[in-house]
Design a protein around this ligand. Structure first.
Ligand SMILES: Cc1cc2nc3c(=O)[nH]c(=O)nc-3n(C[C@H](O)[C@H](O)[C@H](O)COP(=O)(O)OP(=O)(O)OC[C@H]3O[C@@H](n4cnc5c(N)ncnc54)[C@H](O)[C@@H]3O)c2cc1C
Length: 463
């Protein structure tokens, strides 16, 4: 088998992997970024908004690589807007086609060695050290040796292959459903927002006091109209959608979430479909789900065209590159981010990234748990929740972090994932620079924090 040597191998090129690879390269590491898919970006390419980057008060809580991506989208003339959902959060809406280019530019310009179409399926481990990852692609198998590794695979594949301990759901607990995000173009915003103003009872609004700010539902829908973008969340338990579900014209769902992706194409991204799987890692289950989800996409598009003003002439314009998976493995790290850390917006001395998204756990049918973070603020994610037990030269970033199910339900969003990636990549680069062998636990957290702040991360001074 062929072997190659790098300072750092990052597995997975979603929000977390991009943050990690770019940050590590900017800190002098020779980085290989391994991605099974055909483009860089992971879930960033679906059209969903970047949540967890701006708290309910409008304060940015994630900076650095994310700021660069937003600037690159703007420079490319792409749609990027910081908006409020007038429900629970503020987010960054953007055109995923432009983001695809922005991500590629940013990653290649940082000097990262990119390996697309390449799947990692084995780990070489010696004691507490991972020495290499075996990857497979059409040219065969290659051993990628490195001093340090970041597992940003979403599913914690590298850690699982290395035999690291995992947190498992309680008996009988169902994992969050998988979904197929899709886009529709030719949506007229003004009739849609007028409809919402006439029927505030159909939409989810003001679920957090920090966003509601004492307003009535009617005042909030007027704010949505003033904002001027199609940011609308139709409730599954409100008459419009509930009656369609009862008639069998829509599948049961908690919300039909509509968010803008391009003003020029009058395009929105829609998050509504859902199928609960026993094991979202299983390709057979995912393949069956794909068929059901595509049917749900068609049904939801028909529902919107037939029932919602502004959608009459809208056309389906794109499906996500793959079935979207919300929840699989979480590692057991040196620290498990707790539900209270999140809900009480706790600050921690070893915080290396922040989160602010509500605890957001999708359930079967019309169920969804949505609990806002206290006072619309932000919480800190400590470095130790990125450090898997039993290995010294591996950090994780993204949705496989060490967290309770509820804390994961908040920290899994893309703003937090990118911030975790930036921290893990920077830490790995610092570890590689220190005396060999690289040991992530030997990196001083205060030195790491200082370096992150120098490179644009937001770690202090927000609520
Ligand atoms: C339907 C849905 C809607 C969502 N809505 C939002 C939203 O509106 N806003 C928001 O911020 N978040 C949202 N989320 C959550 C968010 O998208 C994810 O939790 C987040 O993108 C995870 O980032 P990540 O980098 O950890 O993983 P990913 O973005 O999943 O990236 C992991 C990458 O690793 C690659 N990979 C995995 N295993 C291997 C392997 N063995 N070898 C090589 N490559 C591998 C994958 O191909 C993938 O590209 C949503 C999630 C879903 C599924």
């Amino acid at each position: 088998m062929q072997a190659k040597k790098f300072d750092l191998v990052v597995l997975g090129a979603g929000s977390a992997g991009i943050g990690a690879a770019v940050a590590a390269a900017r800190n002098g590491a020779r980085v290989a970024l391994v991605e099974a898919g055909t483009a860089l970006g992971g879930e960033l390419l679906t059209g969903m908004t970047i949540d967890g980057a701006i708290n309910a008060h409008g304060e940015p809580i994630v900076g650095g690589v994310l700021d660069d991506l937003v600037a690159a989208c703007k420079a490319l003339g792409g749609f990027v807007e910081r908006l409020s959902d007038w429900r629970l959060i503020r987010y960054i809406a953007y055109d995923p086609e432009i983001m695809k280019i922005a991500v590629a530019q940013t990653v290649y310009e940082a000097g990262v060695h990119v390996m697309l179409y390449t799947f990692a399926d084995e780990v070489v481990r010696d004691g507490d050290r991972v020495q290499g990852v075996v990857v497979r692609n059409k040219t065969g198998r290659t051993l990628l040796m490195a001093d340090a590794f970041v597992d940003a695979s979403g599913d914690g594949d590298l850690c699982a292959l290395a035999g690291c301990p995992m947190l498992t759901p309680d008996a009988g607990e169902k994992l969050q459903p998988v979904s197929m995000m899709f886009r529709m173009a030719g949506v007229e915003t003004e009739p849609l927002l007028r409809f919402v103003c006439e029927h505030p009872e159909y939409v989810a609004v003001g679920e957090s006091d920090a966003i509601r700010g004492g307003r009535t539902d009617q005042q909030i829908v007027e704010e949505i109209r003033r904002q001027g973008h199609p940011c609308v969340f139709f409730r599954g338990d409100a008459p419009l959608l509930a009656s369609a579900i009862a008639r069998g014209e829509m599948f049961p769902t908690a919300l039909v979430m509509i968010q803008p992706t391009s003003a020029a194409r009058k395009e929105v991204c829609i998050n509504a479909t859902r199928v609960t799987l026993r094991d979202p890692l299983h390709p057979e289950e995912l393949s069956s789900a794909f068929r059901v989800l595509v049917g749900q996409v068609r049904q939801c598009a028909d529902f919107l065209r037939g029932n919602v003003p502004g959608f009459e002439a809208a056309t389906l314009s794109g499906l996500a590159p793959r079935v979207g998976i919300r929840e699989t493995r979480r590692i057991l790290g040196d620290y498990v981010l707790t539900t209270e850390d999140v809900l009480e917006s706790r600050k921690q001395p070893n915080g290396i990234a922040k989160g602010c998204h509500h605890v957001d756990i999708h359930q079967d049918g019309t169920g969804q748990i949505r609990i806002p973070v206290a006072d619309g603020g932000s919480y800190d994610i400590p470095f130790e929740s990125l450090l898997p037990q039993g290995v010294s030269n591996v950090a994780v970033a993204g949705r496989c972090l060490s967290a309770t199910r509820e804390a994961h339900g908040s920290a899994r969003v893309m703003g937090s994932c990118m911030a975790m990636g930036q921290a893990a990549g920077t830490a790995a680069a610092l570890a590689c620079r220190q005396n060999a062998p690289a040991d992530l636990r030997a990196v001083g957290v205060q030195a790491l924090r200082a370096r992150l702040i120098e490179q644009g991360a937001v770690l202090e001074g927000t609520r």
